[in-house]
Each structure stands twice: as C-alpha cells, then as structure tokens.
Ligand binder design. Structure first.
Ligand code: DUC
Ligand code: ZN
Ligand code: ZN
Length: 472
C-alpha cells in the first residue's frame, strides 16, 4: 500500500460475520471508512488484535426513543448522550429515534427541535424517523414530501394513544404520501376504541394495578389493528412495517399477508422474548413493581414468546429493535408519575433496552435458536437497508463506515442495571444470564468502547445521517 495511503487503524485476525458471509481477515480503516479487507495489511497508527472474537457490523437500532417530548409531566430518562452511550456499550453504532409531531404543530418544528436535542450530545451516528400525528393538508402535500427528500424517509403512525392516533382515513392519506414518495410507514397497531372501552371497564371495577394493563390490551386488540393496517396497505398498494409485534395472533396476520405476496414487514423487540404478563403482576400481585414492565403492546405468555422466537428465524420479522422507552421507576416524571403509584392507564408506557438488545438476541444464537447471519441480518443489515442507510451502515465491506463490534460469543454475563450505561434506574432484565457480549465498539473507526470500558468519546461526535430511499 503506498505511503500516502497509510491506514489509521487495522483490526487484525478478525472473524468477520455479515448477514451473508463469514471470513477471516484484517480490516483496514482510513478516514472512518473500511478501505481494505485482506491478509497481512501494513502496519497502522493504531492496531488491535481481534483473535478469538467475532467482528460484526455495529448494530442499527431502528426503533428507540430518546429525549422525546412527553405529555403530562412525563420525561424520558435518557437524552441523546446517555442513550447513545448505552447503545455503544451494547454494540449498537446507529440509532433511529423519533421526531414526533404534536397535534396542531408542524412536522418541521418537531424535526428542528429534535436536532437541537441531538446536536452536541450523541456519541454515535443517528437518523430520525418522523411521527405523523396531525396529517393536515399542508403536512401531506408539502411538509412530508419535502422532509422525505431531505433524508427523513420513514415515519410512524399510531392507531392508539389519544395524542397520537390517526383515523382510518388519515392513515390511508399518510400511506398514499409514502407510496408517492417512496417512503416507509411504520405502524403501531392496537385498536384504540377497544383499549379505551376495556380500560374504562377495568378502572370502573377498581382493577387499576399494573397487571391490568395486559387485560386492557389483549392480543385480539393487536390482531385486529394489524389486519386493518394490512388492509390499508393493500388498498393503497404500499409496503408497511408493523412495529413491536408481541405474539402469535399478530404474527399470523402478517404471515397471511406475506403469503399473499404483500410487502408487509415486521419488527419485534426483546420484551416479547423475555418478559410476560406475569412480570406486570398477572400472577395476582397488585404491587406496583409490575409498572417496570408496562409497555404497549404488553408482554404476553411463554407460548407467545416461542412464537416470536420462531418468527425471527422463519423470515416473518425483518428487524429486531429495542423500542427503548426510558422512564425511571422511582421518579415523579417516570413510572411513579406525580410521585405516587398510578392506575395502569396512567403509567408511562415502555421499557429500557437499548444496551441489552443485542446480547438478549445473541443468547438465542448461543442456544441454537437462530444463526449468526440471522442475528446480523435482524439487528444491523436489514434495519440499515429498510431505513435507507445501507451500505454505509449494516455491513463490513470496503467503503462502509468502520462501525464494528468485536463480540465475545462465549462470555457469560448476568445482566445488572448497575453495570449498564443508560440513565434509567432499572432494567426489566435484571438477573438474566446471557451468553455472548459486545466487548469493543468502533464508530467510524474511533474506538469508543474497549473491553467493556466506555472510553468517553466526545459528546456530539455522533453525526446525523440523511436516510435514502428504503430498500424493502
Ligand atoms: N409503546 C410505544 O408505542 N412506544 C413506546 C413504548 C411503548 O411501550
Ligand atoms: Zn409504538
Ligand atoms: Zn416505540
């Protein structure tokens, strides 16, 4: 290699695993990009020996919430600094949180505000999804098409939550904009009226403990909305992605649509593999600790967990995201909103998981449930493709950003909140032992985590990524 082509970094003896290939080589990095994959690369300014470790493309977390403005005195515990720090320590090098439109306000205002929140704080790269909560004619005709062109090519719509939900007709209009502009709509599929009817009934009977959250959102509520969203996609003739799918009823709907040749993509998350309604107290515990596991859709039961594992391996799911929604437990702006235990319908929804996402899924690799390539596909390659970030992200290849994780596939770790790097005061996965752990993380060639130690890279080094057209 000529002298003026000096490498900044060589990772030696890497056992590289991508979504499709596995090969042993040295990885040469210059200017933050991978410039060489080969044997006996020349010496570099910085060298690291990866013998015994896997070299994986850094994780792409295609669904997480960081510093998202919240209603009613709630506040997320993680901002872009603590959230991306935790992500990096968990082997993730790209996050895609949400710039959420408020009803009555513009989308542009949400995007500008969200950039202010990320600027100077993120330690890894990030793109934004949009949340479309108020699809006025101006939003549909001008703002959304213009934002798609500027690099915001995916947006989420909600079929539930009063401050976010769209009517069926509004959903159709938003899908139509996506079709015309080659964007991707992510759908939160739960039937709002069913939930509010069930909630009123339960609250009227005094059944307000966290465990009743699961009864207010049974799987039929998710199944119906999933089917309805699929119907809208069929009518408009556009792909959609159903987010945070919790179990077999919704999976059946998605499989049915996929079997008919429709482009219905789907995502699931660690909470649907590791938590059940029992964790919210469904065994009969009316204590408040169950609030730690309140998220929507709710975790279900072991049979549904098994169905989710199966759907990760048989191609129903394209992406595995955290849906990190970081609310403290013991906090008047968190699960104990206003300083006290809340009825289930006032508990902020969501669980933290940005740092534990990859190890929790990798444990399935260690237990023979899915292949290494499937792991990379679900956690990095496909989210990068689907959200328009490939080939810069999502693979180890010449020309890609040097976002690389050195992974110890045999290391056993018992998850403990005390060892995590988010700003949340608990993890719902406390005490779970997993096999496999991310040891060392490079972001654009910069070493930011070494042997599990966070190296305190400069806050703000993370760059905003303009997303291109989704590759479905
Ligand atoms: N549900 C959501 O829709 N978003 C954040 C977390 C949650 O539980
Ligand atoms: Zn959602
Ligand atoms: Zn979410």
């Amino acid at each position: 290699m000529p002298a003026d082509n000096n490498l900044d970094l060589v990772i030696r003896n890497a056992d590289v695993v991508t979504a499709s290939d596995r090969f042993r080589c040295d990885i040469g990095v210059r200017g933050g990009r991978i410039v060489a994959l080969g044997h006996d690369l020349p010496p570099a300014a910085s060298e690291i020996d990866a013998t015994g470790l896997l070299a994986l493309p850094g994780g792409v977390d295609g669904h997480c919430h960081l510093d998202q403005p919240m209603p009613d005195g709630m506040r997320m515990a993680d901002d872009f600094f603590t959230g991306t720090r935790a992500a990096a320590c968990g082997g993730t090098t790209t996050v895609i949180p949400f710039a959420a439109q408020e009803k009555g306000a513009s989308l542009k205002a949400a995007v500008d505000d969200y950039h202010r929140r990320a600027d100077g704080r993120a330690v890894i790269d990030y793109a934004f999804h949009l949340i479309v909560a108020d699809p006025t004619p101006a939003v549909l005709q001008d703002e959304l098409p213009s934002l798609i062109r500027q690099g915001y090519s995916s947006f989420k719509v909600y079929m539930t939550y009063d401050d976010l939900k769209l009517s069926d007709r509004e959903m159709l209009s938003v899908l139509d904009v996506a079709r015309q502009n080659n964007a991707l709509v992510m759908v939160h599929a739960e039937n709002a009226d069913c939930i509010s009817w069930l909630t009123d009934k339960l609250v009227g009977q005094g059944r307000i403990a966290p465990r009743f959250h699961a009864l207010a959102r049974p799987d039929a509520v998710e199944r119906e909305a999933t089917h309805r969203a699929i119907t809208f996609a069929e009518l408009v003739d556009v792909p959609i992605l159903i987010v945070h799918v919790s179990g077999k009823e919704a999976i059946e709907q998605i499989r049915w649509a996929q079997g008919r040749g429709m482009k219905i993509l789907a995502e699931t998350c660690p909470q649907y593999l590791y938590l059940t309604a029992e964790d919210m107290g469904m065994g009969g515990d009316d204590g408040y600790e169950g609030a730690k596991c309140v998220c929507s859709p709710p975790p279900r039961d072991p049979e549904n967990q098994a169905a989710v594992w199966r759907a990760l391996t048989n191609g129903v799911f394209s992406v595995f995201s955290s849906d990190h929604a970081p609310f403290n437990y013991d906090d008047p702006e968190g699960k104990k909103l206003g300083g006290t235990a809340q009825p289930f319908d006032h508990i902020p929804n969501g669980v933290p998981g940005i740092e534990t996402r990859l190890p929790l899924l990798f444990d399935g690799v260690a237990r023979g449930k899915l292949s290494l390539h499937q792991f990379v596909e679900l956690t990095s390659y496909r989210p990068a493709k689907i959200y328009g970030l490939y080939p810069r992200k999502g693979t180890i290849a010449v020309g890609a950003d040097a976002d690389i994780v050195l992974w110890d596939p045999t290391r056993k770790v018992r998850i403990a909140n005390a060892n995590l790097h988010h700003a949340v005061d608990y993890t719902p996965y406390e005490g779970i032992e997993v096999t496999g752990w991310p040891m060392t993380t490079f972001s654009r060639g910069e070493l930011i985590v070494r042997n599990g130690e966070y190296l305190e890279p400069a806050a703000g080094r993370g760059k905003f990524l303009e997303a291109g057209q989704p590759e479905i």
